[in-house]
Structure formats: structure tokens, C-alpha cells
Design a protein around this ligand. Structure first.
Ligand code: PLP
Length: 400
């Protein structure tokens, strides 16, 4: 115990990484388990991207690169932000990291002092509060209206701001709820921040292409120059191009913050994988056909699973606007007993019951700061998704 730092003792391992490990271990023991825990598209990386990486690897793109990334990639990122997000940047205000996660990690490392407060809307992506804590920051959790997909409003932000507020972390489309902030909702939040020019805003837009029912993603930094001047827009190729294992993320923001992120990179990972960077150039400069086809599949799955889950007594599921998860409310099932007499006293107990009794792995809402819910990933083929919903229905009917 004396070996470990107080810093690391103060955080928990990523629950989504832990869930992935649990599913693999149950499967390797021969359990027939359907994992709805997956946080990555169940698609292969597009072949033109893989081929670009092969050419890179065989033509000597195998060395350390600039910490901020190769110029070709930074240039592709500048074009991408301009073309798809309406954000102006240049080679010095974009950077590349080993996944969006590492950029978020470095940005917080570079800016958070002990006691600084970071506003995090709940339910949140599991890593935000723990990364903040690692640097002695204080996660301040905001909860929006459950009937409005938990989206926070300008008033929620106003109420939470104190002299110690350093950052607002916004994630749209949102993991785990699928909420997609509209331009108007973002403007409302921007107005709340207007009187506080020292507060930084991070927008995690990793699911930007995953929007349903004709919705479109809006970047906060595209609203106006003042907001853009203190906004770090984080993105990556993981989800849009089914490239989670390539570990390649990117961001744009104020030069000072990008410079500080690069400094942390220079003393930690040095640079992102050179081969992944070459692949990312092909991904960003290539067509959007792949991602559009993939999102269509996700939208169809969302519709099916949403209908099936809502038909289960005790489950109420909002129709995710984007990302690739459903986040059903299961509060009406709490207090029931399992056939073996076990009390289902929490979302965690229900998730355990479903894993053990139904062979369906989900992640309890508690992991995302929102007890009473489950996160169900849609990144699984339709037949298995249907089967998972049917199993959940049977297991829920057995509760009394
Ligand atoms: N941000 C959110 C909201 C995510 O859900 C994830 C992955 O699950 C990430 C960031 C991490 O992305 P990357 O693979 O680029 O590190």
C-alpha cells in the first residue's frame, strides 16, 4: 500500500475498460455472454486507411515525429475543422495525441491546479472526473433535466460557477445518453459563460458524426470568436473511422493551451504513433461514405433496441439522439427480488443480475454518475442485439 501514491489511490480504474475485461473473462470461461458494454464500433477500419498505413510503414514512416504531429496530418486537421465544424485553426493551433483521451489527459495536466473546479455534466464519460482528480482538481457535477436527456442549460452552469471554476467539460453527442446539443442550447451555455472570460471550455466531439433523425452536430467553438478563443475542441478518428486501436486523437484550441499540451506530450509519449498518423491523414482527407453508412446501421439498431427495451415493464428508455448507446431508466425495477432471493437494490445489482442470469453485460449508470440507469451499447450486430433485448425482457419478467 505504501508503494502507491495518494494521487493514484484517489482514482478508480476506468469502469468501461474493466467491463471489457469482465466480458472477455466470462467468454473465455465458456459463458455464452452478449456484451453490450462495447465503446467502439463493431466495424473494421476502412481498407483505404489500412492501405495508407501499410505504405507508410514500408516507406520509412517509422520514426519519432514532432510532438504536435506530422505536418501533413496537422494540415488535414486544419482543413477538417474548417470544412466540417466551421472552426478556424492553423498548424500551430492543432495537435495530435495518442487518442482523444490522451489529449484530454494532457490538457487537464497542463492547466488544473489543486483545488481548481471542473464542471462536468452528468451522466458523464467515466474518465473525466478521475483525470481531474489525478491533478488535484475537484469535479463539480451538474445534472440537467432527465426529461431533456440530462442536457445542461445556461442556468445550470451559472449556478455551479465559483471563483475556482477552471473548465467546463462538454461532450456532444453525449456518452452515455446520446444527447446532441442544438445550436440554441450551446448558445444558452455560451451566454452563461460570457461574464467569466477566464473559464475554459473543453468540448469532446468524438461522436460528432453519430447523430440520428436528421440532427446535425454543432461545435461550440463555431459560435463566435470569443468562445472559440477559450475553447479546446477535442476529436479523434477512433469512432468515426472505426480506429479505436490505432490510438489517434486531435484537437484545436488557443495556442497557449495547445503549446502546453505539446509540452506534456514531449515529456510523456513523445508523439502519437507515426503509422497511425499516416493512416489518420487518409481517414480525414478521404470520403465520409464509410462513416455515413455506419451511422445508418447504428440508427437502425437504435430504433430496434429502443422499441424492444421500452416494451419491458419497468424499463423506460429515451430515444438516443446520437452516439451509439441507449441509457434506459430502470428505477422501477429497483426493490424487486431475483428468483434466487437476491435483492435488486441498485443499478449495479441489476447489471450483475443481467450478466449472471441473462448472459447480457451492460454497464450500471452509477459508473457514469447516474444511478438508476444502465448503458447498453449498440455496437453489436442486429441479431445479437435483438437476442440481448429478449434475454433482458425474460430476466426482468422473472423479478418479483
Ligand atoms: N471521449 C468520449 C466521450 C468517449 O466515449 C471516448 C471513448 O470511449 C473517448 C473520448 C476516447 O476516445 P479515444 O479512443 O480517441 O481516446
Amino acid at each position: 500500500e505504501a508503494i502507491l501514491s495518494a494521487r493514484v489511490k484517489g482514482i478508480q480504474p476506468s469502469p468501461s475498460v474493466a467491463a471489457r475485461a469482465l466480458v472477455s473473462s466470462l467468454k473465455s470461461k465458456g459463458h455464452e455472454i452478449i456484451g453490450l458494454t462495447v465503446g467502439e464500433p463493431d466495424f473494421g477500419t476502412p481498407m483505404h486507411v489500412v492501405e495508407a498505413a501499410i505504405v507508410g510503414a514500408t516507406s520509412g514512416k517509422t520514426r519519432y515525429t514532432a510532438g504536435a504531429g506530422i505536418e501533413e496530418l496537422r494540415s488535414a486537421i486544419v482543413d477538417k475543422f474548417d470544412r466540417e465544424n466551421g472552426i478556424k485553426s492553423d498548424l500551430n493551433t492543432v495537435t495530435v495525441g495518442t487518442g482523444a483521451k490522451q489529449i484530454i489527459f494532457n490538457a487537464l495536466a497542463a492547466t488544473v491546479n489543486p483545488g481548481d473546479e471542473v464542471l462536468i455534466p452528468a451522466p458523464y464519460w467515466v474518465s473525466y472526473p478521475d483525470i481531474v482528480k489525478l491533478y488535484g482538481g475537484i469535479p463539480v457535477v451538474l445534472t440537467g433535466d432527465p426529461d431533456h436527456d440530462f442536457k445542461i442549460t445556461g442556468d445550470d452552469v451559472r449556478r455551479a460557477i465559483t471563483p475556482r471554476t477552471k473548465w467546463l467539460l462538454l461532450n456532444t453527442p453525449t456518452n452515455p445518453t446520446g444527447a446532441v446539443y442544438t445550436r440554441q442550447e450551446l448558445q444558452d451555455i455560451a451566454e452563461a459563460l460570457r461574464p467569466y472570460p477566464d473559464i475554459l471550455i473543453m468540448t469532446d466531439e468524438i461522436y460528432e458524426h453519430f447523430t440520428f433523425d436528421g440532427r446535425t452536430h454543432v461545435s461550440l467553438a463555431s459560435l463566435d470568436d470569443e468562445i472559440a478563443s477559450r475553447c479546446l475542441t477535442v476529436n479523434g478518428v477512433s469512432k468515426a473511422f472505426a480506429m479505436t486501436g490505432w490510438r489517434l486523437g486531435y484537437a484545436t484550441g488557443p495556442a497557449q493551451i495547445i503549446g502546453a499540451i505539446n509540452k506534456v506530450t514531449s515529456q510523456s509519449t513523445t508523439c502519437a504513433s507515426s503509422i497511425s498518423q499516416v493512416a489518420a491523414v487518409a481517414a480525414l482527407n478521404g470520403s465520409r461514405e464509410f462513416v455515413e453508412a455506419m451511422v445508418e446501421v447504428f440508427e437502425r439498431r437504435r430504433g430496434r433496441a429502443w422499441t424492444q427495451l421500452n416494451a419491458i415493464p419497468g424499463i423506460e428508455c429515451a430515444k438516443a439522439e446520437g452516439a451509439f448507446y441507449l441509457f434506459p431508466n430502470i428505477m422501477k425495477l429497483l426493490g424487486c427480488s431475483a428468483p434466487n432471493g437476491k435483492d435488486i437494490e441498485s443499478d449495479v445489482a441489476l447489471a450483475e443480475y443481467l450478466a449472471e442470469e441473462a448472459g447480457v453485460a451492460t454497464i450500471a449508470g452509477t459508473s457514469f454518475g447516474m444511478p438508476g440507469y444502465l448503458r447498453c451499447s449498440l455496437a453489436i450486430e442486429e441479431k445479437k442485439l435483438d437476442e440481448a433485448c429478449a434475454r433482458i425482457a425474460r430476466a426482468c419478467h422473472r423479478l418479483s
